[in-house]
Write a protein that binds this ligand. Structure first.
Ligand code: 2P0
Length: 327
């Protein structure tokens, strides 16, 4: 039996992916650029066992079935085809942050699974090749193989490194807002947006300009340019969803209140910008010396549960750490 463990960090898109150029191949319609975050980790253990008759997958202590199980099996099937084997796996995976709450658990999850699964099946793949494997399961996962700043081009199969995290040290204040009813999943939400929203085409056609501004902001360490384009990317993505029929609404009154608090902080001279994904939480990007002040501010907004203050994380890597040891 071969047992391998890998760790990958989640990522938050500064320039958003929302929409597919190919549903069958899971290729993104928009270019995206993300920051991989040290404070949002998944550890995944893959054990190949010749005695197993199928794959068994446990996530955060719960045995997966149906579609969530199928998504893991499909990734392992792609690796098995490459490795020329039909052996099954026992997978144990744990996140150290809330799963499926708009905190991109599928990104770190599929990135860690691609690395641990490949090694357990005897494949020695580059980060780029692993990124392609992860992307086919979840496009945002392609970016989580890389630490620091990573980009996935429109139509791209593999993400690429834009800059290491220490090129431009930034803090992300992940602001968890009160849980509402479970919203529509990303894959379904973006498909519904693509097929029913008259704002989808303008979103897709304008996204490269926002991506370019975000990228330039990162490379030139221009926080104002980066933050301004990041906010517009998030808001334009949400505008495309709001115009769908029926609307896809992830933003709650608490989300809007945190956004207002960040705008007010900024008006008073603290550099801080927000971004929101397929959930009600707000991620506030700031410079490290302002992170404590930003966290204190958003924690005072009614409806905010807690914050996770974090910064750039590393590449996905093999680890000795046991996923069962995570809280
Ligand atoms: C992103 N999101 O760029 C965007 C912003 C959510 C909002 O990527 O269908 O789980 O599995 O490729 O990657 C979430 O979507 O979607 C996502 P699939 P995924 O981070």
């Amino acid at each position: 039996m071969t047992r391998i463990r890998a760790v990958a960090c989640s990522n938050i898109a500064l320039a958003k992916y929302w929409g597919k150029a190919s549903v069958a191949e899971n290729l993104p319609a928009t270019p995206s650029l993300s920051l991989t975050l040290a404070g949002l980790r998944t550890i995944t253990e893959v054990e190949i066992d010749p005695d197993l008759g199928r794959d068994h997958v446990q996530l955060d202590g719960v045995e997966l079935t149906e579609r969530p199980l199928e998504r893991v099996v499909q990734l392992l099937d792609r690796l098995r085809a490459r490795a020329g084997t039909s052996r099954f796996a026992r997978v144990v995976s744990r996140n150290d942050f809330p799963t499926a709450a708009g905190l991109a658990s599928s990104a770190s999850g599929f990135a860690a699974l691609a690395l641990a699964g490949a090694r357990a099946l005897g494949l020695d793949l580059s980060l780029e090749a692993l990124s392609d494997v992860a992307r086919a399961s979840s496009a945002s996962a392609a970016r989580s193989l890389f630490g620091g700043f990573a980009a996935l081009p429109a139509g791209g199969r593999t993400a690429e490194r834009v800059a290491p995290g220490d090129h431009f040290p930034l803090s992300m204040v992940v602001t968890l807002t009160a849980k509402g009813p479970k919203a529509i999943g990303s894959t379904q939400g973006m498909q519904h947006t693509a097929t029913t929203s008259p704002y989808y085409a303008p979103w897709v056609s304008h996204s490269p300009a926002l991506f370019d501004a975000v990228k330039r902001g990162v490379l030139e360490r221009d926080f104002e340019r980066l933050g301004t384009a990041m906010e517009q990317s998030a808001l334009m993505m949400h505008a495309s969803m709001l115009a769908a029929s029926p609307a896809v609404i992830y933003l709650t009154p608490t989300t809007l209140a945190v956004m207002a608090a960040v705008r007010e902080l900024r008006a008073r001279g603290t550099p801080a910008f927000y971004t929101m994904d397929a959930g009600p939480h707000v991620k506030v990007l700031t410079l490290p010396e302002h992170a404590a002040r930003v966290a204190a501010c958003v924690e005072g907004v009614p409806g905010v549960e807690r914050t996770i203050v974090t910064g750039a994380g590393p590449d996905a890597a093999l680890t000795d750490e046991d996923p069962r040891s995570l809280p």
